[in-house]
Design a protein around this ligand. Sequence first.
Ligand SMILES: *[C@@H]1O[C@H](CO)[C@@H](O)[C@H](O)[C@H]1NC(C)=O
Ligand SMILES: *[C@@H]1O[C@H](CO)[C@@H](O)[C@H](O)[C@H]1NC(C)=O
Ligand SMILES: [Zn+2]
Length: 209
Amino acid sequence: MDSALCWKLLCVAAVSVSLEGLFRYWWKRRKSVKEVLFFPVSLSCTEGVLNPGVPCLCPLPHTDSDLHRLMRRLMEARRSLELCIFTFSSPPLARAVLLLHSRGVRVRVITDSDYMATVGSQIGALRKAGVEVRHNQSSGLMHHKFVLIDKTLVITGSMNWTMQAIQTNKENLLITDDKVLVSAYVKEFEELWNEYDPATYDFFPETDK
Ligand SMILES: *[C@@H]1O[C@H](CO)[C@@H](O)[C@H](O)[C@H]1NC(C)=O
Ligand SMILES: *[C@@H]1O[C@H](CO)[C@@H](O)[C@H](O)[C@H]1NC(C)=O
Ligand SMILES: [Zn+2]
């Protein structure tokens, strides 16, 4: 083969390899996340999500459920996790959040002040571990229930993060990476985060001053 032909073949090969890479990238981007989870789910072990590949010998059933799907989404976080949730008492979800925190993911939590200190609340444990937590500072309920993962995925729906809700209530969660929807939730989170900044805490209503 003469060297000119050789070069041509090499060029064609190089171009097709890079085209294939581009195509793969586009395909991955095109496949947007659209997922809906339903609860209740029956009790089963979630250790496999937290420690993939490590066999678990506990007596609970090791079946997959929508709770596992939710936790797998959470564990995808690499940079940040924002939780805006009314009540948080579920131990497996708390373990997932603490694990992400220990891996260096920036976790921020906004919750309702009334439910922060109720029995079984995981907020204390999160605070103790160094997770940043803020709560509502006005009488209006902080009734949101949404989560942001790496500011590119939002999980939102009716579900309280309680075992009661997970195992007995009819609840739904919607997961999407739609840019327009996600950015609306990011904006809402940042606004509440600033509004609930303890530095600007107003202990006394205007009339008492
Ligand atoms: C937060 O909202 C709750 C209602 O769930 C309310 O009772 C509580 O007083 C609010 N917290 C503050 C600090 O205003
Ligand atoms: C969420 O949890 C709170 C406190 O445990 C409870 O009062 C409320 O009814 C729950 N909401 C739903 C939708 O389950
Ligand atoms: Zn197990």
